[in-house]
Write a protein that binds this ligand. Structure first.
Ligand code: COA
Length: 179
């Protein structure tokens, strides 16, 4: 899927080194928000992640794309829709990260628009939702720009870096989506 500045495609085994490089170069920033970061120790871990993502895509339970910068062809981050197991509910949970040296260029918003278009036009989802750490101001901005709405807050819902943190729930229904 092609946007103006970024394109999305599923990650391949050959992306493992670039993925590890992206995580390594952004480790401090990502670790503040994402629980899995400390467990990534080498490209082998990324190979396993990519294989798992392919299996989940084949089972139609999740879609994970690399965000590739059109100008350079380089991997700028990862975006995903997960939790699509229950076909009756037809929902997907949206998440994304962008390598630190490529942030604040609108890449997450552009990639998010492509992912949401896929969710509603191709995957037939009824609702896209996201969980937000209230301290994560950039991600709140991304969700707002993508048209998701605040729905409520789960108090002390998850443990991150040794602290219990709230999780805001945000959602977008297909019926209110403006392509
Ligand atoms: C959240 C994240 C994916 C956004 O990626 P990005 O490509 O930088 O996002 P965009 O450039 O499309 O939009 C970010 C917006 O937040 C704004 N922003 C950045 N830092 C900010 C801050 N401290 N306070 C308020 N707004 C901020 C940017 O200015 C931009 O808004 P603008 O377009 O109006 O200028 C990125 O910050 C990231 O990878 N964070 C760590 C992982 C994470 O938290 N992921 C979300 C949970 S899954």
């Amino acid at each position: 899927m092609e946007g103006r500045r970024v394109g999305l495609r599923p990650l391949a085994d050959s992306d493992a080194e670039a993925l590890f490089d992206a995580v390594s170069s952004s480790r401090e920033g990502l670790k503040r928000r994402l629980r899995w970061v400390p467990a990534v120790g080498g490209a082998e871990d990324e190979r396993r992640f990519i294989a798992d993502a392919a299996a989940r895509a084949a089972a139609r339970t999740a879609v994970v794309w690399g965000i590739f910068e059109n100008r350079t062809g380089r991997l700028a981050g990862v975006i995903s829709l997960v939790g699509m197991e229950d076909a009756e509910r037809a929902q997907g949970r949206f998440g994304a990260w962008v390598r630190t040296d490529r942030q604040d260029r609108g890449f997450a918003v552009e990639a998010g628009r492509l992912a949401i278009e896929f969710a509603f036009r191709r995957a037939g989802l009824h609702r896209v939702h996201a969980r937000l750490d209230p301290a994560n101001r950039p991600f709140r901005k991304v969700l707002k720009k993508l048209g998701l709405r605040y729905e409520g807050c789960l108090r002390s819902d998850r443990r991150l870096n040794g602290r219990w943190v709230d999780q805001e729930c945000w959602g977008l229904l297909r019926s209110e989506w403006k392509p």
